[in-house]
Design a protein around this ligand. Structure first.
Ligand SMILES: [Zn+2]
Ligand SMILES: [Zn+2]
Length: 208
């Protein structure tokens, strides 16, 4: 599996990830924050077809290009059902409070805990990790994790927002993420790459 990070929404520095199977030339876009045309061009340059648009959760800084990208590619839009209501409601996805109204199309598919998403010959496993939002998910690939706003380099997602729950976030991280092999690479929704092992010993928000 190939993975590439793009930062397309500078104000929030949201990480948009492209992941694809080089052999079968199909892939997914995780959290298309902005600039659908640039995402499409990049996928064409990298020679893969976008099959899925996957949102790690429904906050406005992660879903901004959902609609345009779906129109351009016909990709299937996927999110956990507990964050689905945020897609079409700028108050619930908070974008209205930051002066950019994000309204996404409704999801085509709801992702469940432990569900496997096939991308060519590669697989991503959905881990439901509520806390930052009720429908937050992480995506586990072969040796790597896309962690959305659940786990960051030396940090965790905000839990002071409506719908957030700090104790659920801690439980999700301890029971779903910190049980993964230490060498698992972590690609968060904001900031730099880390590993499960590093966060287990250095993350100041989690007492392990
Ligand atoms: Zn968020
Ligand atoms: Zn975010």
């Amino acid at each position: 599996m190939q993975i590439k990070k793009l930062i397309l929404l500078e104000t929030f520095e949201t990480n948009t990830y492209l992941i694809w199977d080089k052999i079968e030339k199909v892939g997914a876009v995780i959290d298309p924050a902005n600039k659908a045309e640039e995402i499409l061009q990049e996928s064409q340059r990298l020679e893969f077809k976008i099959k899925y648009i996957i949102n790690t959760h429904g906050h406005g800084d992660h879903i901004g290009a959902n609609g345009r990208l779906k129109n351009l590619t016909g990709a299937e839009l996927c999110i956990h059902k507990s964050d689905n209501d945020k897609l079409i409601n700028p108050e619930l996805n908070f974008s209205i409070f930051f002066d950019f109204n994000v309204i996404s199309p409704k999801a085509d598919k709801f992702l469940e805990d432990n569900e496997i998403i096939s991308i060519g010959s590669e697989q991503l496993k959905v881990l439901h990790t509520p806390g930052h939002s009720p429908g937050s998910i992480c995506l586990l690939g072969n040796g790597f994790l896309i962690s959305g706003d659940t786990l960051f380099f030396e940090g965790v997602g905000r839990t002071d927002l409506p719908g957030s729950d700090e104790s659920k976030l801690r439980k999700s991280i301890k029971e779903k993420l910190f049980v993964l092999p230490d060498i698992t690479k972590v690609f968060p929704g904001h900031g730099g790459v880390t590993t499960i092992g590093y966060e287990k010993s250095h993350n100041p928000f989690i007492i392990y």
